[in-house]
Design a protein around this ligand. Structure first.
Ligand code: G6P
Length: 610
């Protein structure tokens, strides 16, 4: 899951591939590899670690040939290693594949192909694709890829090469971007435009379910039925920097737009066709789940806020006591650890120093550790007993967005699994929760529409000069208020605080005066009336109230000065949706104030020192 480059032409292909991959390094990766056609053979070279390691190896022992595919991998299935790096080739070395995305049914396919005599050299989902194409191969590579696609579930961008077809590369796109670069006497495949900008600015943008035959002197695109597709040439007029951001102005807004996909990638491989949560990847036994007496969640920053949501949700649905602590606090107190505790450690990077220290302390005392992280092979993932990955893809902006919403999603999946195993969530409720959970990616998409964005931009334009902002909420809305407030201060430098709305009269209300901006999250139906009272209290003192509420709470319009609506879901799942407008609001305030959104002052993406 990261960078793809393919080349067919007259140049030495490894030069183009390594150069193209180097343009994608900014996205983060853990290994790199190439497969090159040379002398009626496919030569595969792949290395764990930086691209430089691969490049050095290619310098020492060059691979000649003018047709090849290359990849930088961001591990999902299987740790970063030479074996798990792409390309993946069949045992006979006839077909090699690079892949971005996730094959959801790869276990099933692996079992099936096993019965047909195929053996596997890696732990990846990608390797099944190479074997599946081989299985359907009857002399035409394009046909074999079309057939294989019918069996693949999930998201994938692919580049496929075969030693029997030195005159073409096959490119496929489904829910994962892929473009084709048009040269003269040469053509390119790439997952992202920057990879090929040094060679051409003319590209075809592949659409979902399309397959392309890429030859030296031409490109043909077909739909999934094999019907030729006419595609206009897209002329890239962005500079490299803009291209890296996929045409977005900043990584943060790109990553907000990626949230629906990140949610889908994290969720769909873990829901079976029978609508059951499948946490096989967690490898935690039912006995262990049943024996948990207490859950302790430890994390920093945004990850801590994701954990706070789990505290509310778990206590309600699991009836297990949940403690939550900030890692830097946890490590310097004298916490009581029991062997029957389950520790949930949440960390996007998996490298945060305080989080690691807290995890090690609990582990030393005999507690079991379940880690939620976005980085396969990170320290947290290596040291934990159980690991659950957020498949959000690399997050580059310092302010976390898609990693946060996918962390919450993982926590909901854990809640459902534990609830079923422990019997605290009954069958009907379980079915209703799973059904609704599956709707969340689409509902997130409904928030990131042009109209909503225009509305939030306008609102940011109006409010971005305020000196202070207060976020209010109760219960799960309070957890979201904390995250919304953190996001705003991180990237807009506007002073912001979040309060549990019920605490208002115990102090914070003294801060409210004419035109103080109060952002109220009001999505929890059982507490709606209470939140309304708080809105009235601050309004009576002159506050400007901006509410984030569900479409059903239409009356909020009359009570507040401004409202941003999000789709309705079950109360317990609201945080994944209600946080998105706060991310967008923070983003546009930052833009209005001319701040370096992706790299705000004094902050780091991963705080690996104390
Ligand atoms: C830094 C980042 C935050 C992040 C926190 C925890 O402060 O700027 O965005 O939430 O670290 O990072 P982790 O990688 O452990 O989730």
């Amino acid at each position: 899951m990261c960078g793809i480059v393919g080349y067919i032409g007259e140049k030495k292909s490894t030069d183009v591939l390594v150069d193209g991959l180097s343009k994608l390094e900014y996205r983060g990766y853990d290994s790199a590899g190439v497969a090159v056609y040379n002398n009626e053979c496919l030569d595969v070279r792949k290395k764990k670690g930086r691209l430089k390691i691969l490049a050095n190896s290619l310098e020492e022992q060059p691979l000649d040939g003018t047709i090849g595919i290359g990849h930088t991998r961001w591990a999902t299935h299987g740790a970063p290693s030479d074996e798990n790096a792409h390309p993946h080739a069949t045992a006979s070395g006839e077909i090699a594949v690079v892949h971005n995305g996730i094959i959801e049914n790869y276990m099933k396919l692996k079992d099936y192909l096993g019965t047909k005599g195929y053996t596997f050299a890696s732990q990846t989902d990608t390797e099944v694709i190479a074997h599946l194409v081989d299985y359907y191969y009857e002399g035409d590579l394009y046909n074999a890829v079309q057939e294989a696609m019918k069996r693949l579930e999930g998201s994938y961008a692919l580049a496929v090469i075969s030693k029997n077809h030195p005159d073409e590369l096959i490119a496929v796109r489904k829910d994962s971007p892929l473009i084709l670069g048009i040269g003269e006497g040469e053509n390119f495949i790439a997952s992202d435009i920057p990879a090929i900008l040094a060679y051409t600015r003319n590209v075809y943008l592949l659409e979902d379910d399309e397959v392309a035959r890429v030859r030296k002197d031409g490109i043909d695109i077909y739909d999934k039925y094999g019907i030729p597709v006419m595609r206009e040439i897209f002329k890239v007029d962005w500079d490299v920097e803009a291209a890296e951001k996929g045409g977005y102005k900043h990584f943060m807004i790109k990553e907000i737009h990626e949230e629906p996909k990140a949610l889908r990638d994290t969720l769909s491989p873990r829901i079976t066709e029978e609508n059951e949560v499948n946490l096989k990847d967690l490898e935690i036994s039912n006995r262990r789940i049943k024996n948990i007496d207490r859950i302790v969640i430890v994390a920093c920053g945004t990850a801590y806020h994701a954990g706070l949501i789990a505290k509310y949700a778990f206590e309600e649905k699991l009836r297990i006591p949940v403690e939550i602590d900030i890692a830097s606090e946890y490590r310097y107190r004298n916490p009581i650890v029991n062997e029957s505790d389950l520790y949930i450690i949440i960390s996007q990077s998996g490298e945060t120093a305080d989080t690691l220290a807290a995890m090690r302390m609990a582990k030393k005392e005999g507690a079991k550790i379940l880690a939620i992280t976005n980085v396969v092979g990170s320290t947290v993932s290596r040291e934990a007993d159980y690991v659950m990955y957020t498949w959000a893809g690399p997050e580059i902006a310092v302010a976390s967005t898609k990693a946060y919403t996918t962390q919450i999603l993982c926590l909901y999946l854990i809640m459902l699994e534990f609830g079923k195993v422990r019997g605290s969530i009954k069958e009907d409720e379980y079915a209703a929760l799973v059904k609704e959970l599956k709707q969340l990616p689409a509902k997130a998409e409904e928030i990131i529409t042009e109209d909503n964005i225009k509305h939030i931009m306008k609102s940011a334009h109006k409010h971005c000069t305020v000196a202070d902002t207060y976020f209010l909420g109760r219960n799960l809305d309070y957890a979201v208020a904390l995250e919304g407030s953190l996001k705003l201060k991180e990237i807009s430098y506007i002073h912001s605080e979040a309060f549990a709305a019920g605490e208002l009269k115990h102090g914070p209300i003294a801060l409210i005066e004419d035109n103080t901006l109060v952002i109220t999250i009001a999505t929890q139906s059982k507490l709606f009336e209470k939140t309304v009272s708080n809105i009235k209290e601050v309004k009576a003192r002159g506050a400007f109230v901006l509410a984030i509420a569900t479409e059903h709470a239409n009356m909020i319009k009359d009570l507040t000065d401004e409202a941003i609506f999000v789709p309705q879901t079950l109360d317990i799942f609201m945080p994944i949706l209600s946080v998105i407008p706060t991310q967008l609001f923070a983003y546009y305030c930052s833009v209005e104030r001319g701040i370096d959104v992706d790299k705000p002052r004094n902050l780091a993406k991963s705080v690996t020192v104390e």
